[in-house]
Design a protein around this ligand. Structure first.
Ligand SMILES: Cc1cc2nc3c(=O)[nH]c(=O)nc-3n(C[C@H](O)[C@H](O)[C@H](O)COP(=O)(O)O)c2cc1C
Length: 283
């Protein structure tokens, strides 16, 4: 619906398949938010076609039948689905005044302020913001398990090897995961790490935007350490651990590592003439 020139009447086969799936999953597991979003999306597409003089009576009848069978699906008008119009000026108005300063002031914090000064409500706020991270097919596989009890943080950090000397000063510890049950084909074998990494990154920037300090803590563990950790932190087996994040309040003044960056020419390649050519003919 948001492409420059949508193909007239597109999506009807997918709609039919999806209507079948909504019926099946609603029957087996009751109507959840996902079924509501799915049906609302279908209805927006039906409206989209109707506005272009293409009525789909067969599909509309199936929608009505589904709603009659599962009344909770009836309120799908209230769901955010389909396309919305954005305005450039509105978007520009939301941007930071000084992007360089915003990006440069995000530093890994290893010197947190005292726990008493930490506003724990920022945890939920930051995760809500991080949920806006892009994810493959909008599957949103990233999850944040957050621990705030000092004894839990202390226990869990014993399994991580990069927090000595500061981890215990964090007010909260996030364990970021990606739920691999959202992936189904071999080509997606690394997607959990991509989506989970993006979610973790978005979470770090979300905290930054709220003025909260973070330090990512690697989960570069061999399988046996990963399973030992899971024996004390019972994250479901179907989820892969992406990274931990130490979170805490900022002090009035604090030291950070300079962490210089590589030269730009080592990481940026624009229109490199050696990189693009038509494939050689296969003999
Ligand atoms: C996935 C990941 C894991 C990290 N693990 C650790 C860690 O275990 N301990 C630590 O002190 N810093 C850790 N860091 C922070 C990096 O050292 C830091 O991001 C890098 O040096 C750049 O510094 P900056 O974040 O202040 O810009 C990690 C960063 C990432 C992205």
């Amino acid at each position: 619906m948001v492409l420059p020139a949508p193909r007239p009447g597109f999506g009807q086969d997918k709609i039919k398949q999806l209507l079948g799936i909504i019926g099946e999953t609603s029957e087996r597991w009751n109507v959840s938010h996902v079924e509501k979003i799915s049906l609302a999306t279908i209805e927006r597409l039906v409206d989209f076609h109707a506005a272009r003089d293409l009525n789909l009576p067969e599909i509309s009848a199936k929608i009505d039948a589904l709603k009659a069978r599962f009344p909770e699906l009836s309120k799908s008008e209230e769901i955010e689905a389909g396309a919305i119009t954005m305005r450039r000026a509105d978007l520009i108005a939301t941007l930071p005044n000084d992007p360089d300063a915003f990006f440069k002031s995000r530093r890994s914090i290893r010197l947190f302020g005292p726990r008493e000064t930490f506003d724990f409500s920022c945890l939920e706020h930051a995760v809500r913001l991080a949920q806006r991270a892009p994810s493959v097919c909008n599957r949103q596989t990233g999850k944040a398990y957050i621990f705030t009890k000092p004894s839990d943080i202390d226990l869990l950090l014993r399994f991580q090897d990069g927090n000595k000397g500061f981890g215990d000063t964090a007010s909260a510890l996030v364990v970021c995961t990606s739920d691999l049950s959202n992936f189904y084909k071999v080509g997606e074998r690394n997607q959990g790490f991509v989506d989970g990494g993006l979610f973790a990154m978005a979470l770090v920037y979300a905290f930054h935007s709220l003025g909260v300090g973070t330090c990512m803590l690697n989960w570069s563990q061999p399988a046996h350490s990963d399973s030992k950790f899971r024996s004390v932190c019972r994250i479901p087996e179907k989820e892969v651990i992406i990274t931990m994040i130490a979170v805490g309040p900022l002090r009035e003044e604090y030291l950070v590592a300079q962490s210089p960056r590589r030269e730009l020419q080592d990481v940026l390649f624009i229109d490199d003439p050696d990189l693009v050519s038509l494939p050689r003919k296969v003999m």
